[in-house]
Design a protein around this ligand. Structure first.
Ligand code: PLP
Length: 398
């Protein structure tokens, strides 16, 4: 067979063979192939309820416009249609945060945005908490960036504070409410990070994909913190709160105040997007606008509250069995210590074989996740009721 004679497969050689969730899907399919029947999937963070009516109505009517001679639209503006950027600005106003329309960039998913943004800084070093959403570390590696991990553990509630005595400027990836640990920084915790970024000349990439799950006292935007506009970029997604995991829509907020060596970062991102991105479709942006309308928000909140109540029920069950866990309060994820000192992979297999429940092994989110396990509460409430019955009979939790 003929082979390419390029120097190498680039940085890909440094990644694990499979992306974490591809591996979970592969193992689940192998189990079903061998054993037949069904499993309850609490492994992947995909939504379980359909889009709210306000969203589907906007989507349908915008799709019809696209078949009209006059109202048809070609390429969308790269940064997003003004109507959606305005809706996002009003969302921030509701949080008491002033953002300008031009500072908002509509995208096709937080995964795409957060994994691309570091391109504007060239090669540098990334600081990533461990365990963590694998995209931060993997995309840093693909960009040729060194990665320093900051370990989460039971005593810091898997929400590590900034490293002491280390003043190297870096890209800091923070996710709050957090995937996978479900923990969330309060105002003081975020302020500590913002002060650290300001004092070291670092930039924080703040992933707020789960902000809609944040309860009392938990900031939904990093820009609720003083000084954040000089050191933060924020990534938000319609996936989790409005059910857009298939439709695809997100936004990045880049404050004009954010500068890197006297250059405005917003100008760099605008330049990058105009080269590599052609925008999000009109019907999807109309659907996203509808999700942020008062009616859309009420409908979205109903679904979010079901996911949160799923989490409360699972957390109450684990508590009743004396299992250490965190999360579930401001997030759809529960992070638990594997019973009987099992490794993450052993518990994954045990739970699948004993209860036919799929979760995510904690070690897939980083080495500090070994011995822990993530349960996702993105499931229909009746499915969680069934899962709880199975867990109640599970030998690990008797
Ligand atoms: N950020 C975090 C922390 C996530 O957990 C996920 C998805 O699971 C994403 C981003 C991806 O969001 P999107 O669907 O907008 O790409």
């Amino acid at each position: 067979m003929n082979e390419l004679r390029l120097p190498a497969a680039g940085e890909f050689a440094l990644l694990k063979k499979n992306y974490l969730f591809t591996e979970v899907r592969r193992k689940t399919a192998a189990f079903l192939e061998e054993n037949g029947g069904e499993v309850i999937n609490l492994g992947v963070g995909d939504v379980a309820y359909p889009l709210p009516p306000a969203v589907t109505e906007a989507l349908a009517s915008a799709s019809l416009e696209m078949g009209d001679n006059v109202r048809f639209k070609g390429y969308p503006p790269e940064g997003g249609y003004p109507f959606l950027r305005r809706a996002i600005v009003s969302y921030y106003e509701g949080l008491g945060v002033k953002i300008k329309e031009e500072e908002v960039f509509v995208g096709d998913g937080a995964k795409t945005d957060v994994s691309s943004f570091a391109e504007v800084f060239g090669r540098t070093e990334a600081l990533v908490t461990d365990p963590v959403y694998p995209v931060y570390a993997d995309s840093s590696v693909l960009l040729g960036n060194a990665v320093k991990f900051l370990r989460g553990n039971k005593s810091n509630g898997f929400l590590p504070p900034p490293p002491r005595g280390d003043d190297k400027p870096r890209i800091i990836y923070l996710c709050s409410p957090n995937n996978p640990s479900g923990g969330a920084y309060d105002r003081a915790g975020l302020k500590e990070w913002v002060d650290y970024a300001l004092s070291t000349g670092s930039v924080i990439f703040f992933d707020a994909a789960y902000s809609a799950f944040a309860g009392e006292g938990i900031p939904r935007s990093v820009f609720e913190t003083d000084g954040a506009k000089e050191c933060c970029v924020e990534f938000c997604s319609f996936s989790k709160f409005a059910g857009f995991t298939n439709l695809r829509c997100s936004w990045v907020t880049v404050p004009e105040e954010l500068k890197c060596r006297k250059t405005q970062v917003i100008a760099l991102w605008r330049r990058r997007q105009s080269t590599k991105f052609n925008g999000v479709s009109y019907p999807v942006q109309r659907a996203a606008e509808a999700a942020l309308s008062p009616e859309g928000r009420r409908e979205c909140e109903k679904t979010v509250s079901i996911y949160k109540s799923n989490a409360e029920r699972i957390s109450a069950f684990l508590g009743s069995r004396g299992v250490w866990h965190c999360g579930g309060k401001n997030s759809p994820y529960i992070w638990l210590e594997c019973p009987e000192r099992l490794s993450s992979e052993e518990f994954f297999d045990g739970l699948l074989n004993n209860c036919r429940i799929v979760g995510t092994p904690g070690n897939g989110f980083g080495s500090a996740g070994e011995g822990f396990f993530r349960l996702s509460c993105f499931a229909r409430e009746e499915v969680v009721a069934e899962a709880l019955e199975r867990l109640g009979d599970c030998p690990y939790f008797r």
